[in-house]
Write a protein that binds this ligand. Structure first.
Ligand code: ATP
Length: 314
């Protein structure tokens, strides 16, 4: 349903996208994660035909988003981070206006249906300017789904909502998957695990990871981080632990406690145990640390890991 091939984008001399490629299948919900400035909004704007790429191409529902922008847009519902709503229109008038623009057939019924779905019916005659942030987000979502597009692109859809509204909007997005293909960007990591079938992590204009939320968590989990505690608090074991094959980095995290970053290709734990015992140090504890999606995100997007990340992607 969505094909993105080697997208690049320059703003003047600054390269915001450095060759992004991915695909989204029909019915999938793809979570788009990345720190501020990673290039999420830029990618979404190109996907929705609001901006041309500097290189590469994006195809949505079979149409090139730049060459065949009008056709592509018919199949896309877009909810930008800040929805440009007409504050002096009522909800119903605004949706009617958007429906006309998009040539929605059986407009009256469709608007009623969408308002019902988003719990907006009793706000139909309220001026948008008088709505709370949460209700404005709903109107933003309502205009995005009005023409029943095959593809929905949602930029931070739950930003500014209260906890109850967040749950409702997430449920709504989940219910849209299957029929619709959804890309949503978010800063909220649990949101991705709860809503998306697949996650794409972007950093500095490049994709640094792409997998299911479950696989992402297990991918780096299998022995990547080990914590050990040695009974002999007086020694500094850092250099000895660093010699163990498969150990990439050693950090002293407390009295006799160390955190070992390991090469995931090797089973390092027995070697660590052996080494400690062979030194005559009492081994108090050795455990593999499981990483949350948050840890993985930080691991993949913080400065010190960038080099390692590039090697992994090479
Ligand atoms: P955020 O989560 O903060 O919205 P993002 O991942 O959506 O970030 P983008 O908005 O795509 O990131 O921005 C990517 C980079 O391009 C940033 O460094 C940003 O400063 C830069 N950028 C974005 N729009 C422009 C523009 N119109 N002119 C110049 N630079 C821009």
């Amino acid at each position: 349903m969505i094909q993105v091939e080697n997208l690049t984008k320059f703003y003047g001399n600054f390269q915001a996208l450095r060759g992004i490629s991915f695909e989204v299948q029909k019915g999938e919900i793809l979570g788009f994660l990345g720190p501020n400035g990673a290039g999420k909004t830029t990618t979404m704007r190109i996907l929705t035909g609001y901006m041309p790429p500097s290189g590469g191409r994006a195809v949505v529902a079979g149409y090139d988003t730049f060459e065949e922008s009008l056709e592509a847009r018919k199949h896309i519902g877009y909810m930008p981070e800040t929805v440009p709503l007409y504050t002096d229109m009522t909800v119903a008038d605004y949706l009617d206006f958007m429906g006309k623009l998009r040539h929605v057939s059986d407009r009256r019924n469709r608007i009623a249906e969408v308002m019902e779905k988003l719990d907006l019916t009793d706000r139909a005659d309220t001026l948008i300017g008088k709505l709370s942030k949460g209700y404005r987000q709903r109107v933003g979502l309502a205009q995005a789904i009005l023409h029943d597009p095959q593809v929905l692109i949602l930029d931070e859809p739950t930003i500014g909502l209260d906890p109850r509204q967040i749950i409702e909007v997430r449920n709504l997005i989940r219910s849209l998957g299957g029929e619709h293909t959804v890309i949503l960007s978010t800063h909220i990591l649990p949101e991705v695990s709860q809503v998306a079938n697949r996650v794409l992590i972007i950093n500095k204009g490049q994709i640094v990871a792409e997998d299911t939320p479950e696989n992402l968590t297990t991918r780096l989990k299998g022995g990547r981080l080990i914590q050990v505690e040695i009974g002999d608090k007086g020694v500094d074991a850092t250099s000895v632990l660093r010699e163990i094959p498969g150990v990439v980095k050693v950090e002293k995290i407390g009295d006799g406690k160390y955190s070992l970053t390991c090469d995931s290709a090797q089973e390092v734990s027995p070697l660590v145990a052996q080494k400690i015992v062979s030194q005559g140090w009492p081994l108090v504890e050795l455990k593999k640390v499981s990483l949350s999606l948050e840890d993985i995100f930080l691991h993949l997007t913080t400065e010190e890991n960038t080099e390692e990340m590039e090697v992994q992607n090479a």
